[in-house]
Design a protein around this ligand. Sequence first.
Ligand SMILES: NC(=O)c1ccc[n+]([C@@H]2O[C@H](COP(=O)([O-])OP(=O)(O)OC[C@H]3O[C@@H](n4cnc5c(N)ncnc54)[C@H](O)[C@@H]3O)[C@@H](O)[C@H]2O)c1
Length: 363
Amino acid sequence: MQTIGLAVIGAGYWGPNLVRNAQATPGLRLRYLCDLDADRARRVLGEYSTVRVSDSLDEVLADPEVHAVAIATPAKTHLPVAMAALEAGKHVLVEKPLAATHAEGAALVRAAEERGLTLMLDHTYCYTPAVAHLRELVHSGGIGSVQYLDSVRINLGLVQPDVDVLWDLAPHDLSIFLSILPEGVRPLAVAAHGSDPIGAGRACVAHLTIELTGGAMAHVHVNWLSPTKIRTMVIGGSQRTVVWDDLNPSQRLSVYDRGVDRAGAAELGEEKREQTIVSYRTGDMVAPALPEKEALRAVMAEFHAAITEGRPPLTDGRSGLRVLAILEAASASLAQGGAFLPILDSEDVAGSENAAAPEGALL
Ligand SMILES: NC(=O)c1ccc[n+]([C@@H]2O[C@H](COP(=O)([O-])OP(=O)(O)OC[C@H]3O[C@@H](n4cnc5c(N)ncnc54)[C@H](O)[C@@H]3O)[C@@H](O)[C@H]2O)c1
């Protein structure tokens, strides 16, 4: 197995999780932990570690034994840190969100593609057994056609200094949606509403409503102020509905063969729609057995595999751009009082070079 020398950049809240999982991943050799605050990095590694500590990104990038970096610094620094790494010829794993604006994210995707380097997003949830099962269920037609998605991600969260709650938490929900939606179903427009009841200077509570092709609707509620923690997602289909409760390890997924059908619609015609009969299906509920695996371990394994096999990772730079396109339209909607706004074609990597960031995208 080819060994990839890795440096983790950022030793704050999330960086130590990257360190722990990198060290447990065959084929990855952690060479540096880099943070502007070298003492913080030293504390993370402990006294006896042979991993080097540095407060200089330049020093790390100049080391030919570093082939790749994993970046866990604040969102506004992703562009300069990731761009410096790509320009030094290193593969990059970057935390969500890819960058502070779609234009910045597009610049990173271009830089990686031009150099033939791996650019991967840590969209952590996409690597959970629950999302893998959901993806398979939805793509195989196991729930019928998708009618709605509803995601709630609330708890007493860290009020972030540089991003609002949408940019902090909704990347999880949006990356999950994009990962499980079937081919041909994509987000068209988004409306966002938010509030800042504690005067933090940014939305601490937010609701997103997303129109999807085919008339389906997705909803996201993210909130830093809730005393109770809730992590649920409901995916309603024409044949089955899945409820995902991520805080219930013994039954994370419940697949209900229950729902509502409209009988007689075809025979009566649309003009007599009110005469159609609504019938309720009350079939079984199945709770699939899922392996318990730490998602970040799979993230690290995928990063190594993508680099050594020379293929795009499951969550490549373009998947990060698709999330940024929704977030940017959502920020613009928030600034305009919640109007539905179209979601730009996120694949337009070249065209978005000079796009201005909408007001409120980054604080
Ligand atoms: N995937 C997930 O589930 C998940 C969870 C939490 C956070 N995150 C993401 O991780 C990233 C970091 O978040 P956090 O909560 O750990 O932030 P944090 O503020 O706790 O830590 C950031 C660290 O980066 C260091 N840093 C800043 N600029 C640097 C630079 N140029 N070079 C070296 N070090 C630098 C800071 O000194 C700090 O120690 C964010 O993008 C966040 O969205 C992801």
